[in-house]
Write a protein that binds this ligand. Sequence first.
Ligand code: R5P
Length: 282
Amino acid sequence: MEIVGGSFARRIAEYLKIRYIPLELRVFPDKEVCPRVVGEVGKETILALRMEVDPNNYLTKLLLTASTLRDSGAQKITCVVPYLIYARQDKVFKEGESYSLKYMLDSLYSAGVDEVITVNSHAQRWKREINISKCKVYNLNAMPVIAKAVDDFDFVMGPDAGTERWVKEIGEMNKVPYGHFSKVRDRETGDIEMSGESGLKGMDVLIVDDIISSGKTILKAVENVKKSGAEKIWVATVHGLFLGESLSDLESLCDGVFATNTLPHDAKEIDIIPLICGKIKS
Ligand code: R5P
């Protein structure tokens, strides 16, 4: 077995002590991409890539590279997609919309990908396997890794009810109390209203979420935790998209901002490569 990709794949190869095949990437002036697999491919291959530019560019790279691996003789392709793109549209919300997650996985399957390993997918977030396509998805949970990496706090807070199980998990692991706010997001403006917990006076609080995208959710949670009298505030997430100025805004308000390396970012990094390697070895 060997692994194909960029620096993320190389780190997995070092961890697992398996052969690494570099993936060269040429970008034409009109932004078309042309990946090139620089090495001999075996029957069972892993393709590991992180999203760097945007989901559409990433999907194109995955599809072109997987097809190249298949045509080079790979009979089983496992794809490590640390941040599962198109997971927001995991069903048809409005008539006529695309069932994007399924179609994305079907496209990967057509390109030769048998299975995907991902981390804390937003879709079917409590399921460890997502079976909506012939391309099976293994959905790993990075919250225990976060709990170990950021261990000096005395309350865990989530910004909304969707974080209930994670704050419980982290709270129980670190033997501290936990809770979550209630959040309502205006679908048109994206503005957020948040209410709940107010007894955090003098506490060191960790706020956890699966994704920080625009940062609106987590910034509101930080504001509320501050208002309720917390002493120190840390923020941790699995997927740090940190769009716009959200990372610098958070850093100016908190004592530390952590995100796993499912995506490249400038916050404090928590390594999930051992978690991914555990799944590859199983
Ligand atoms: C919502 O269900 C998610 O867990 C996150 O809270 C949300 O996606 C974060 O988005 P943003 O950073 O844009 O508020």
